[in-house]
Design a protein around this ligand. Structure first.
Ligand code: AMP
Length: 193
């Protein structure tokens, strides 16, 4: 099953996806991490992506879909894949539906926090794409381009929301519970592989 982690930059979805994957033996796939690895290795893709990332813009859809599609197409039936930072556009969401095995997309977990909290957290991370100007641009891009996905998944009946202003442990147990409930729903026999 695929669980999509949605939410603004700085909301903590990457931390939550990593913790859930670690504690449950699930797979964490972060497109931001994959891109940072390409940048670090100085590949052509990394050099191209870095320009967008440094500005706080989205890397083009064809690049992103290429990174994720092969991985998703080859997922096994009992695998739980936490998709962190993908999809971020409607075109990516549609491409994911095409690439994923039939019925594999189980749910989209949306983490929410106020803008003040987000900016505070982003400026506290010290990443090179976390300067105030870039942070504000990334939030605008999120509102304009990615937030519409919340309604997209709501209309499909797949959306679950998590208030990410609370204590980290509580957010963590909510996240795991919601995904386990999604698994029970897709595997009515109770297999939680
Ligand atoms: P993240 O670590 O998820 O905040 O991603 C860091 C940066 O990588 C983003 O600001 C984008 O420039 C780029 N990025 C990551 N995932 C995607 C995606 N699905 N679509 C487009 N750009 C992405």
């Amino acid at each position: 099953m695929i669980a999509i982690f949605l939410g603004a930059p700085g909301v903590g979805k990457g931390t939550q996806a990593a913790a859930a994957a670690e504690s449950q033996g699930w797979t964490h796939l972060s497109t931001g991490d994959l891109l940072r690895q390409e940048v670090g290795a100085g590949t052509d893709l990394g050099l191209k992506a870095k320009e967008y990332m440094d500005r706080g813009d989205l890397v083009p859809d064809d690049v992103m879909v290429g990174m994720v599609a092969t991985r998703v197409e080859s997922m096994s039936a009992d695998e739980v894949l936490l998709l962190d930072g993908f999809p971020r556009t409607l075109a990516q969401a549609e491409a994911l539906h095409e690439a994923a095995p039939e019925g594999a997309i189980g749910l989209a977990v949306c983490f929410t926090a106020s803008d003040e909290t987000l900016v505070e957290r982003l400026l506290g991370r010290g990443r090179t794409d976390d300067t105030r100007e870039v942070v504000e641009h990334r939030l605008t891009v999120y509102r304009e381009t990615t937030e519409p996905l919340v309604d997209f998944y709501k209309d499909l009946g797949m959306l679950r929301e998590i208030n990410a202003e609370r204590e980290i442990k509580i957010i963590q147990s909510d996240t795991v519970e919601i995904i386990q409930a999604g698994l029970a729903h897709t595997n009515p026999q109770g297999a939680n592989g």
